[in-house]
Design a protein around this ligand. Structure first.
Ligand code: PEP
Ligand code: MN
Length: 338
């Protein structure tokens, strides 16, 4: 950590900063330039509140040199982390496409969705049993019964499952129903109690980006999970809020290379909640894979027009098939497989 003193800071103020740092169990190193003095703080600075130092008289600014997101930072781990989900690797050379309906509706719907997922060549399935809806009058998901229907359908096809957890009190039900990947949705990216709870288990977690979250905030949310011991974290970019109304959210493609540089953990993209329309999904998926995403989370429904949730953004089974064929080509060009 570096403390930059104001150009007119007196020697006494520099000494006061030095003493404050020593009182915080840190060593100091004073560097005197022509115009100003810079105090280097050496030691375990992760618990130091920058604001306390910034408030000291004579201090111009305080800069952290080490990343505050210690465990998830790329510098903490050489190479890319591969998260293993029931034998399927996320973060390796193969781009994984997770497909399935927005919400679990009926056994028949889930059975035919699972068949379509396998037929398209996808190795993981999504489906929401607990739905975060904007209106309390919209379908809220089938709850625990939905997890049961989902497992019945997915196990028949040998597919690991991804489902969203919204409430800490449901965690045991997710574990009992052997949900392979717990999705933390956009609206809960900063639900720190929820993050701590999923940090206390080893089930892989897909951490979606908050609607208006900065990358730094997103990384710190992942750090909450990692700090409790669960390092099986997958980031999911799903579009951010903007002034634009022509589509649901802006897919932040730039976030993909930035995250890949900042963290060793896998990064996937949800093109469905980004564009919000099925016809946009192929273009956004191609962009995501080309930009280096390790996978996609795509909504697909056996009969999109009849979906109980997000009908307008669900691909049909045929459209998922076509998408997979297209993405194979993109993956090949960048030296990956699908
Ligand atoms: C979902 O994946 O079904 C969902 C609700 O996504 P998000 O949290 O990105 O809105
Ligand atoms: Mn949805």
């Amino acid at each position: 950590m570096i403390i930059v003193m104001k150009h007119d800071a007196s020697g006494a103020l520099v000494d006061a900063v030095k003493e404050k740092l020593i009182a915080m169990d840190m060593r100091t190193n004073i560097s005197r330039g022509t115009n100003r003095i810079v105090v280097g703080a050496i030691g375990d600075v992760q618990y130091v509140d920058i604001k306390v130092l910034e408030a000291l008289p004579g201090v111009e600014s305080v800069v952290r040199v080490a990343k505050p997101h210690k465990i998830v930072a790329r510098e903490s781990h050489s190479g890319d982390t591969i998260v293993n989900v029931g034998g399927v690797e996320i973060g390796g050379n193969t781009v994984q496409v997770i497909a399935g309906p927005c919400s679990v509706e009926t056994q028949e719907q889930m059975d035919s969705a699972a068949q379509a997922v396998v037929a398209a060549g996808c190795r993981l399935m999504r489906g929401g049993a607990f739905k975060p809806r904007t209106s309390p009058y919209s379908f809220q998901g089938l709850g625990v019964e939905g997890l049961e229907l989902f497992q019945n359908a997915a196990r028949k096809q040998g597919l690991p499952i991804v489902s969203e957890l919204m409430d800490v009190r449901m965690l045991d039900a997710f574990l009992e129903h052997k949900v392979d990947v717990i999705q933390i949705g956009t609206r809960n990216m900063q639900n720190f109690d929820l993050l701590k709870e999923v940090g206390g288990i080893q089930t892989p977690v897909i951490l979606k980006r908050g609607m208006s979250a900065t990358i730094a905030e997103w990384l710190m949310s992942a750090e909450y999970i990692a700090a409790r011991g669960n390092h099986n974290i997958i980031f999911c970019e799903r579009g951010v809020r903007s002034f634009e109304t022509a589509y649901r959210n802006v897919l932040d493609v730039t976030a993909i290379p930035v995250l890949k540089r900042e963290t060793h953990l896998p990064v996937i993209v949800d093109p469905s909640h980004a564009g919000g329309k099925a016809w946009m999904v192929p273009a956004l998926s191609r962009a995501a894979v080309a930009a280096g995403a390790d996978g996609l989370l795509v909504e697909m429904h056996p009969t999109p027009a009849e979906a109980w949730c997000d009908a307008d953004q669900a691909l049909s089974p045929d459209e998922l098939n076509d998408l997979m064929a297209e993405l194979k080509g993109i993956a090949q060009v960048i030296g990956r497989t699908l």
